[in-house]
Design a protein around this ligand. Structure first.
Ligand code: GRF
Length: 221
């Protein structure tokens, strides 16, 4: 394990339950990281309240105050750069990011998405899984590239869809898995065990043929 904690910035637009899960894992001593910034495009994001309570610096950038998406993204990423972050975690950040702004972060930036990617990129993933009659659903953590929800997948958590599930029950149950999956992946990164090279995820230096799976409380090949 590396001795200095990994400096992590988080971007979130909403309630921030995944950020809360990361903070709890850090507080339990399971995550060798230092949170250097929580950024948001929404002044009322719950994630910002959590960050303030935890004493983490915050940044709120209102997209309406910028002439276009590109200038917003460049301002945001300048702020992230200034924070000294080594890893950027998107935890419910509901904006598409300009490819040029994120390019320097490829390999140092991950996102959690509530589907078994490559299935159901974009929104309404639970509804779409149910409408398709899927028997299984899940969440994925992937490296971010310019392709929306399209970067190399690092790890997934799977759950069975029950016949009585609706969008709300499925989303709520999956969220519990997200809260364990994301800290586990961040922990692997903080320990220097994961990397992205030539579009390929490496675990302990060896290419990962398929995403890691969350099983029995741990990430497994
Ligand atoms: C999660 O479902 C995550 O997978 C998706 O956005 C949601 C964020 O929830 N990208 P929260 O703000 O972390 O509670």
């Amino acid at each position: 394990m590396t001795t200095t904690p990994l400096r992590v910035a988080v971007l979130a637009s909403g309630r921030g339950s995944n950020l809360a899960a990361l903070l709890q894992a850090r507080n339990r001593g399971e995550l060798p990281v230092e949170f250097v910034l929580v950024g948001s495009d929404k002044a009322d994001a719950g994630a910002l309240t959590l960050a303030r309570e935890a004493g983490i610096p915050t940044a709120v950038l209102d997209p309406r105050r910028f002439p276009d998406r590109v200038s917003f993204d460049h301002a945001l990423f300048e702020r992230i750069q200034e924070s000294g972050a080594e890893l950027l975690v998107l935890a419910g950040f509901m904006r598409i990011i300009d490819g040029a702004a994120l390019a320097p972060w490829v390999g140092r930036m991950i996102n959690i998405h509530p589907s078994l990617l490559p299935k159901y990129r974009g929104l309404h993933t639970h509804r779409r899984a149910l409408a398709a009659g899927d028997t299984e659903h899940g969440a994925s953590v992937h490296y971010v590239t310019a392709e929306l929800d399209g970067g190399p997948v690092i790890a997934q958590a799977r759950l069975a869809i029950a016949p009585q599930d609706d969008e709300q029950t499925l989303a709520a149950r999956l969220l519990g898995y997200e809260h364990r999956l994301l800290p586990a992946v961040v922990s692997h990164i903080a320990q220097g065990r994961l990397a992205l090279r030539d579009g390929q995820v490496l675990l302990d230096g060896a290419p990962l043929a398929t995403p890691l799976q969350w099983r029995d409380g741990a990430l497994d090949r």
